[in-house]
Design a protein around this ligand. Structure first.
Ligand code: NDP
Length: 316
């Protein structure tokens, strides 16, 4: 399995298991099955509402003794209602309690957007937000640094950050993010962002690599293009006697990013990890490169409420 290396010598498996939208009743089995079949990287977040159930699987698997805590890479993310200085470490501690872990391998600022602390779900109007003037990202970031120094997390990073937001944050601190987790797949290749991250030693994790087909309807656009049904992807899949999903996953790995496909289905959990055995050739990679259409499934539009200060999540 290809790995992403960190400065201190740590490494993270390029293929991990996503857990957004994984039902509480299914995610414990999904994580256990994943770990028993070779996954060593699990992607979580407080806002997915299932960290306790993910934690139950971790406790069960570590309890059996065959897989040790230090062999598994666990990522989680700080939700938008805990950006204030005094809220970051308590939110992290709640995640650790739910996951039933002593430390995380990686903790990310989930979005460059802050809500008032009392907003648990999604904001309903501009008054539910805190502006970047009220809670600058550097305030949140400095607490992330503190959490790392205190040993609660091994590595820290961000998610859904544009180049501009990364640059702005990096200009304010010598302690740069080690990871940016963003949407990335053949329809949204983000070449400039990837190049910027590569140049600045910021590793990249590709989320929604399969097109995030199980998102709730209110987060979907009409007539979304399907990655899994794309004829070029299907043709390459046929050539390699693989599934379309496997081609999408391996494409991310061969571009040098990590990738975290979500599944709660045993067959697909296994299939997704097995994509590592495929080797896409130059022709395949070129054909997929030509599919870019700058199409986002997770638009962030739900944060662009008129009257708040987040009118441009991605391009500011
Ligand atoms: P994905 O692109 O991973 O797609 C998940 C969907 O694909 C599910 O419906 C799943 O169904 C199905 N699926 C899984 N494997 C296959 C396969 N081999 N063939 C066909 N269908 C398949 O969507 P996500 O949006 O969930 O992204 C992955 C992960 O990235 C998230 O779970 C989360 O951990 C992270 N993420 C992070 C975000 C952030 O803001 N940082 C935002 C979005 C995602 P089934 O379960 O039935 O197999």
């Amino acid at each position: 399995m290809k790995q992403l290396k960190f400065k201190n010598g740590d490494s993270m498996d390029a293929i991990g298991l996503g857990t957004w939208k994984s039902d509480k009743g299914k995610v414990t089995d999904a994580v256990r099955i994943a770990l028993e079949n070779g996954y060593r990287h699990i992607d979580c977040a407080a806002t997915y509402g299932n960290e306790k159930e993910v934690g139950d699987a971790l406790v069960e698997v570590f309890g059996k003794g065959e897989i040790k805590r230090k062999e598994v890479w666990v990522t989680s993310k700080l939700w938008n209602n805990a950006h204030k200085k005094e809220d970051v470490i308590p939110a992290l501690k709640k995640t650790l309690e739910d996951l039933q872990l002593e430390y995380l391998d990686l903790y990310l600022i989930h979005w460059p957007v802050a809500f008032k602390p009392e907003i648990n779900g999604f904001p309903e109007g501009p008054d539910d937000y805190l502006s970047l003037e009220e809670v600058p990202l550097i305030e949140t970031w400095n607490e992330m640094i503190k959490a790392q120094k205190d040993g609660l997390v091994k590595h820290i990073g961000v998610s859904n950050f544009s180049r501009q937001k990364l640059q702005r944050l990096m200009a304010q601190t010598d302690h740069h993010p080690e990871m940016n987790q963003v949407e990335m797949h053949p329809y949204l290749q983000q070449k400039n962002l990837l190049e910027f991250c590569n140049k600045n030693s910021i590793r990249v994790t590709a989320y929604s690599p399969l097109g995030s087909g199980d998102r709730p309807d209110n987060l979907k656009a009409d007539n979304e293009p399907s990655l899994l049904e794309n004829p070029v992807i299907k043709e390459i899949a046929e050539k390699h006697e693989a599934s379309a999903g496997q081609i999408l996953i391996k494409w991310s790995v061969q571009r040098g990013t990590a990738v975290i496909p979500k599944s709660t289905n045993e067959k697909r959990i296994k299939e997704n990890l097995e994509s590592d055995k495929i080797q896409l050739d130059e022709k395949d990679m070129k054909k997929i490169a030509d599919l870019d259409r700058h199409y986002r499934y997770v638009t962030g539009k739900f944060f662009e409420v008129e009257g708040n200060s987040y009118q441009n999540i991605y391009d500011d």
